[in-house]
Ligand binder design. Sequence first.
Ligand SMILES: Cc1cc2nc3c(=O)[nH]c(=O)nc-3n(C[C@H](O)[C@H](O)[C@H](O)COP(=O)(O)OP(=O)(O)OC[C@H]3O[C@@H](n4cnc5c(N)ncnc54)[C@H](O)[C@@H]3O)c2cc1C
Length: 320
Amino acid sequence: MVKTLVFGQVREDIIEENTLGVLNKLTEISGISEVIVALFGHQIKDEWISELGKHGASRVVSVKAPELEVYLSRPYVKAMLEVIEKTEPKLVIAAGTVYGEDLIPRLAVHHGVSCAQRINDITIVGDELHFHTPVRDDQAMKVTRIEGAIKFATSRSGAFFVNENPTGGSPNVESFDVSFSEEDMLVKHIEIKKAERTVNLKDAKVIVAGGRGVGGKEQFQIIRELAEILGGEIGATRACTDVHWIEETYEIGQTGQSVSPDIYIAAGISGAPQHVSGIKAKTLIAINTDEGAAIFNFADYGIVGDLHVILPILKQKLQG
Ligand SMILES: Cc1cc2nc3c(=O)[nH]c(=O)nc-3n(C[C@H](O)[C@H](O)[C@H](O)COP(=O)(O)OP(=O)(O)OC[C@H]3O[C@@H](n4cnc5c(N)ncnc54)[C@H](O)[C@@H]3O)c2cc1C
C-alpha cells in the first residue's frame, strides 16, 4: 500500500484547483493507503483544511511560519523535507503549477532520485508505481517507473477532474514547527505585482487565437495586432502555453477557458478535441496550411494558407 504526501497549494486564498484534482485522483486508486497533505503558510485557514478533507485528505500536516508566507524555494524545500522525514511517504506529489514544478524536482534531487513530471495518470502494477505522461503532442503515452524508496511526481495541469460534490470527511490535523536559518532565507520576497492587463476571454466578442503554427513567441505579435484592431482578445492553444509563447491565462479548451465569442479566428490551430471543446463561437474562421486539418470541420469559413501571409493582408484591409 502506498502512503502519499501531497504538496498543498493555496492560490488567491483558496486551495488551488489542480491540487484538489490530485486528491480526487488519489482517492480513486485502490493501492493508495493514506493521503496526507502538507500545508505551509504564515496563516493556515480552517476552511482550507476542511476543503482538503472533503476531497480526500485523511491527514493534514501544517507548518506555520512567517518565512512560508509566499513560495520561496529554499524554505519550502526545507519544510517539505522535514515533513517527508516525519510522515515517511512512498509517493510525494504536487500539482504541476509553477511552484509544484519548482519544488518536486528539488526534493527528488535531494533524495538522489529522478522524478516524473506532468503526469496524467498513476497506476499500481504489483507493488510498483507507474507514472503516465503524454508525449509527442499527446499522440503517445510514456510510462515511467522510478528507482528509489520515495517516488516524486508532478501532475499535468488539468489532468485530473475536480469532483464537484466531494464526500470526504474531516482530516486529522497536526501542526509541526520548522525553524529557518539566515541561509535558508537568502532570497527575499519583495512584492507580488498583478498583471496590468486582465484577460477577459469569457466576455470577448472577438477572439483571435494562435496555435503551434504561429511558430514562436515573437511571431505571436501578428495575433496581438489583429486582436487589437478588431477590439478583441487573443487566445491560444495549449501547444503554445506549454512552451511559454504566451501566458497560460490565454489558453482555450478543456483545461483552459471556455469561450463564446461572435467571431473566433483560429490561426495555425489543428482542431484537437481538447481545444475545440472550449469554443462556442457564432462564426469560426480557420486559417491553416493543411487543408485536411480537423479545424476546418468546425469552421464556418476556412482559408488554406500561411497565417503569416494571410493575417498581415487582413490587418491591412481592416486598417483601410
Ligand atoms: C488532458 C489534456 C487536456 C488538454 N487540454 C487542452 C486545452 O485546454 N486546450 C488546448 O488547446 N489543448 C489542450 N490539449 C492539447 C491538445 O490535445 C492539442 O495537443 C493542442 O490543442 C494542439 O495545439 P495546436 O493546434 O496549436 O498544435 P498542432 O496540433 O501542432 O497544430 C498546429 C497546426 O498549425 C498548422 N500550421 C503550421 N504552420 C502554419 C502556418 N504557417 N500557417 C497556418 N497554419 C499552420 C498545422 O497544419 C497544424 O494544423 C490537451 C491535451 C490533453 C491530453
